[in-house]
Design a protein around this ligand. Structure first.
Ligand SMILES: [Zn+2]
Length: 101
């Protein structure tokens, strides 16, 4: 069972912004996710490809990737570092959440 609300909460904690997660069946198979800013609400909108949003670890990977792009463009070393940092933070928060239940 994917903890969507918890993932949203964690994404908001990490970015300190309002984050909404959407799942789409319409994205091209080569796209795992898209991250945009909603200019009306100023919140962050993350669109995930339903094809790659089946397991929690897939979603963590894509979320970390998209959130890292808010700070770093491209996929260089700095990006990888930022993505790893975010991924670890998401995993830690989910682990803590699991321990509380
Ligand atoms: Zn990317």
């Amino acid at each position: 069972m994917l903890r969507w609300m918890k993932l949203k909460e964690i994404a908001e904690k990490i970015t300190k912004e309002k984050v909404d997660i959407h799942i789409s069946t319409q994205l091209d198979k080569n796209i795992r996710g898209v991250c945009t800013r909603n200019l009306q609400t100023n919140g962050i909108e993350i669109l995930l490809n339903a094809k790659y949003a089946k397991k929690e670890e897939d979603v963590i990977e894509t979320l970390a990737h998209e959130l890292a792009h808010l700070k770093v463009k491209g996929h260089g070393n700095e990006f990888q570092k930022e993505m790893d940092r975010i991924k670890k933070e998401i995993e830690k928060e989910l682990k803590d959440d699991g321990a509380n239940k």
